[in-house]
Design a protein around this ligand. Structure first.
Ligand code: NIG
Ligand code: FE
Length: 436
């Protein structure tokens, strides 16, 4: 008899995603979701201790006197989403740029003219730490409403020591008090800040500043597990990215990379060569980049919301899967290129637009997202030993998560076997001076 202090039962489909450790590679068959019809799951101290058919629970699970029980009423239960790529710390929205794009302007043109990331940097530098924290909390809460129980959060709208540290501290502070698991990434290498522009070696000088002055403090204060860089034409070259990431790795950071988003610059192959946990975006990845990812441990993280939001072609998911790569899905939530916290919407896009099957999309948004964050031992599937982070859906078939487009079907979200309630609601803030 297994002792437990929590039991959820009568899940019409308990989508466990049970399987071998680590990411799933290549095409995914429906049977590999390991679905239990009329399933039940027991947990103790927030960890899953048992899954099985509801009618075996009484025989196999001994509930402690204080145990909580939840009848799922025939609904679908899945693991919580693992959103492995988000930029939720910034101040001020960019709806004016959105309107310009709606009227025909191009995202890269706007960025080239001093808008884009630098627009958010100007506002973020002026914001108070409290404002940064409330933005982070608002968007993390919105993610929770859509079922995200684990997320990665990047800095990268400060681009100097003070504002980058304050951004990471905002992530740390929300993470400490949150029911979600939040993992921080230092992304000071998101863009070259204005004060460096005009120098002959602006990008290289700025990266040297990050390595000499910023990264040591981030490390010493334990503010980030990962380091990321925007390897892109006009931002940081592959050579500069290699130089920077090698130094970050030597300091003990795990690596991730924005790779081949708008142009192919060999970013995917570089990420694989450097042993990055993940190469992200990949809208323009080459065949050689696809092969490099398929034969490495680096996860290919696709962000279809960004292609959708910017009106760009979708990433070559089918080619990546067929080559044997491990594919993850994430939101890329940020104020410029994807202002959307919804993982179910990303799953729908992956299925309707990117050419992934429903099962591939579900695996990509859970198990493979966990692998992309190096937390596959505790997150991403519902199996004994992992955290009891799950979603009860107001649906009776898991395929409806993708099929019922852009509609909130989340009934309840649990983290560590406790119902998680969003702590913030409201509007995205605009003016850094007034906080309005
Ligand atoms: O991941 N690609 C670089 N960074 C973000 C966009 C940031 C912005 O526009 O503010 C991204 O899409
Ligand atoms: Fe991004």
């Amino acid at each position: 008899m297994i002792e437990a202090d929590f039991l959820v039962y009568h899940a019409g489909q308990l989508v466990t995603l049970k399987g071998p450790p680590g990411p799933r590679r290549g095409p995914i068959s429906p049977s590999s979701l390991s679905i239990l019809p009329d399933g039940a799951m027991a947990a103790r101290a927030g960890r899953i201790v048992w899954t099985g058919p509801t009618d075996s629970a009484a025989r196999e699970v001994g509930l402690l006197p204080s145990a909580a029980e939840q009848d799922a009423g025939g609904r679908v239960v899945t693991p919580g989403w693992v959103d492995s790529h988000t930029h939720p710390v910034f101040h001020g929205t960019r709806q004016e740029e959105f309107a310009m794009r709606a009227a025909g302007a191009d995202y890269e043109e706007i960025a080239g003219a001093g808008g884009g990331i630098l627009n958010s940097v100007r506002r973020t530098r002026l914001a108070t730490s409290d404002q940064l924290e409330s933005t982070m909390l608002l968007h993390a809460s919105n993610m929770l409403r859509f079922g995200t129980t684990t997320l990665e959060a990047k800095s990268g709208y400060g681009l100097d020591l003070d504002s980058e540290l304050r951004s990471l501290e905002a992530i740390a502070s929300v993470s400490r008090s949150s029911s979600q698991t939040i993992l921080a990434t230092f992304m000071g290498a998101h863009e070259v800040p204005e004060e460096y522009r005009g120098r002959p070696d602006a990008a290289a000088d700025y990266l040297a500043y990050l390595v000499d002055t910023v990264l040591p403090v981030v490390k010493e204060r334990g503010l980030a597990r990962f380091v990321d860089i925007f390897c892109e034409k006009g931002v940081f070259s592959p050579e500069q990215s290699r130089w920077f990431l090698e130094r970050a790795s030597a300091m003990g950071f795990e690596l991730r990379m924005h790779a081949d988003e708008f142009h192919d610059s060999g970013g995917a192959a570089l990420a694989a060569e450097l042993g990055a946990l993940s190469a992200d975006h990949l809208l323009c990845v080459s065949n050689a980049g696809i092969r490099a990812l398929a034969s490495s441990a680096t996860v290919a993280t696709l962000l279809p919301g960004t292609a959708f939001f910017l009106g760009k072609p979708y990433p070559p998911a089918r080619e990546l899967l067929d080559a044997g790569a491990a594919v993850a899905l994430a939101t890329d939530f940020n104020p410029g290129s994807c202002f959307c916290e919804s993982m179910p919407f990303m799953v729908s896009l992956a299925v309707c637009q990117v050419g992934m099957t429903i099962e591939e999309a579900l695996v990509a948004a859970t198990v493979n997202g966990a692998a992309a964050l190096g937390v596959a031992d505790t997150k991403g599937s519902l199996e004994p030993g992992k955290d009891a982070d799950f979603v009860i859906w107001n649906l009776d078939d898991y395929r409806s998560i993708a099929y019922h487009l852009a509609v909130p079907d989340v009934e309840a979200v649990y983290t560590s076997a406790q119902q998680a309630v969003p702590r913030a609601s409201g509007r995205a803030s605009g003016d850094p001076k007034t906080g309005a």
